[in-house]
Design a protein around this ligand. Structure first.
Ligand code: FAD
Length: 519
């Protein structure tokens, strides 16, 4: 195909103009088909819609056009990664964790005929939705929560599929998301997103496909111990019995603190890594639309506005993370006595507020020397937030301006907090270390100055945001296996090899392909 980039329209233009412009750029060569491939909103100076279009010809014509005009880029069609069938004797592979990493690993193994067994500590999505809803309504924190259960940590999320990685596996993952229920616009959007409501259906459909291909998914089953013989995995012990295995994929996510401890005790090589902590900023979506779109705010051709902000001083950064337009701040604890915030939105992104984590980097040198010091640091902040919130999973919440001025104010604001079960007015300076608070304050000032009308000072903050990424890495070698235990593949975000849904899913596929090809 030929890609025609940088076709620019104003929000008032009719979208059909995209094809007129594309045809003009082809200078008389008539394609078999023309399709929009990417659509982005550029708000850097003027608000503009920026398109890429794909034009299909026969391959010779495509190469001739690309040679004639540097702006016409030749690219092979998007292809699904071929998964060869694989015959292996012995036990089926065991995949621990059914988040995007484990799920795409298990799906790929199942497609190769390897009939994986998935072990997931949380419940299937139908039961998980009930547990999470009960918790958000003020009920008890269950073992099945926003971090644990079918679909992993990203199930109750905005389902943003943006990623910094440039892997050919990304196309395969997107195609599968569409196959299992996502709207096909994710294949063309520059910043694709799915939404919690649709994600819940997709993860169930993927589970059904794995089962149809002969795999098994064991919910409410936690990996508790490993059986290792001669530095090689021989089996796993779970809360529902033992499973012999010679191939084990550990796709645990960033919140499986007990399992990380167990691995360390079993001699797995692990190291601490940088992560970030901070607060959730909530503003009215209208405010964000005005700041990003100016006179075009509310225009029907434009989606609810997003932002991505960052500022750095030396080695330390403050940045917006996991921005959820039209979304909700969600209670995301997985341990008793801790408050954790995060954000989600539904596919329509039609909530009244926009939210984003504003996070500050925590560097290994900020922590004590041992591997699990980052975990302890996160836990300490979560426990402080729990106490400040009233020890009932309400979250401490404060107007940004009050946070800047370190004063206990009140929560009377046009921005209504969306966090459930509820919030309690408290000074977040008491929940976070001074270096984090100072950098957050610098960040708010810089962000407001950089984008007129952004007005973070007029927003509200809910805390604490601690689970931005894993504070540890489980080392793996070139074979993608743990050096100290043959047959064990650390995978995804919890192992420190991914950050977000897409990269975790791609890492899962990458490991599965390694196992299938055996090279
Ligand atoms: C509320 C929220 C919103 C988010 N929004 C986005 C977003 O919009 N876009 C994005 O890219 N990312 C988002 N993320 C981050 C994203 O969810 C993670 O990056 C991604 O899920 C990591 O995938 P994973 O498979 O590595 O781990 P996880 O998804 O964390 O899955 C790990 C699984 O392993 C299971 N497990 C752990 N220990 C054991 C054990 N001992 N035995 C059995 N099972 C075990 C857990 O129960 C869990 O289901 C969000 C996260 C949260 C919490």
């Amino acid at each position: 195909m030929i890609i025609i980039n940088d076709i620019i329209l104003t929000p008032d233009d009719n979208e059909d103009r995209v094809f007129e412009i594309a045809k003009r750029r082809l200078r008389g060569d008539v394609p078999d088909s023309l399709e929009i491939r990417k659509k982005a909103v550029d708000t850097r100076r003027l608000v503009r819609l920026v398109y890429s279009v794909s034009a299909h010809f026969d391959e010779n014509a495509e190469k001739r056009l690309a040679a004639r005009d540097k702006k016409l880029v030749y690219r092979r069609d998007v292809q699904k990664t071929e998964i060869p069938m694989c015959e292996k004797n012995g036990n089926p592979p065991v995949v621990v964790g059914f988040g995007p990493g484990g799920m795409f690993c298990a799906l790929t193994l199942a497609r190769a005929g390897l009939k994986p067994i998935v072990v997931e500590r949380g419940s299937a999505i139908e039961k998980r939705q009930l547990s999470v809803e009960k918790f958000w309504a003020g009920g008890p924190l269950s073992d099945t929560n926003v971090q644990f259960g079918e679909g992993g940590a990203g199930t109750f999320s905005d389902g943003k599929l943006t990623t910094g990685i440039n892997s050919p596996l990304c196309d395969s993952v997107l195609i599968d998301f569409v196959k299992f229920g996502a709207n096909k616009e994710i294949l063309t959007a520059a910043k694709p997103h799915i939404g919690t409501d649709v994600l819940c259906k997709i993860v169930r459909n993927i589970r059904c496909e794995i089962e149809k291909l002969g795999g098994k998914v064991l919910f409410d089953t936690k990996l508790t111990e490993l059986s290792i013989k001669n530095n090689k995995i021989a089996g796993v012990k779970t809360t529902n019995g033992e499973i012999p295995c010679d191939t084990l994929i550990l796709a645990l996510g960033h919140s499986a603190r007990d399992t990380q401890e167990m691995l360390l005790a079993n001699g797995f090589e692990m190291e601490k890594k940088a992560f970030s902590v901070g607060v959730r900023l909530e503003q009215k979506q209208e405010t964000v639309n005005r700041a990003m779109y100016g006179e075009y705010a509310g225009h029907p051709a434009l989606p609810p506005a997003e932002y991505k902000l960052s500022y750095r001083e030396g080695n330390r950064g403050v940045y917006s993370f996991c921005m959820c337009p039209g979304g909700y701040v969600v209670a995301s604890a997985s341990e008793e006595g801790g408050v954790v915030t995060n954000g989600m939105s539904l596919h329509g992104r039609d909530g009244e507020n926009a939210n984003a984590a504003i996070a500050v980097s925590v560097l290994p040198e900020d922590l004590e020397s041992d591997v699990l010091s980052g975990v302890r640091f996160q836990r300490m902040l979560e426990q402080k937030a729990y106490k400040l919130g009233g020890s009932n999973y309400f979250a401490p919440c404060q107007k940004t301006l009050d946070f800047i001025e370190c004063r206990k104010g009140n929560l009377v604001s046009s921005v209504k907090p969306t966090y459930r079960p509820g919030v309690r007015e408290a000074d977040l300076n008491d929940a976070l270390p001074k270096f984090v608070c100072d950098m957050l304050k610098t960040g708010f000032a810089v962000f407001d100055k950089g984008r007129r009308g952004f007005d973070s000072m007029g927003g509200i903050l809910t805390g604490v945001e601690t689970r931005t990424s894993s504070p540890v890495r489980i080392l793996r070698n070139e074979e993608l296996q743990a050096p100290s235990c043959k047959g064990v593949y650390p995978c995804g975000e919890g192992a420190g090899y991914a950050g977000g849904i897409m990269s975790a899913a791609c890492d899962g596929m990458k490991i599965a392909m390694k196992i299938i090809k055996g090279d």
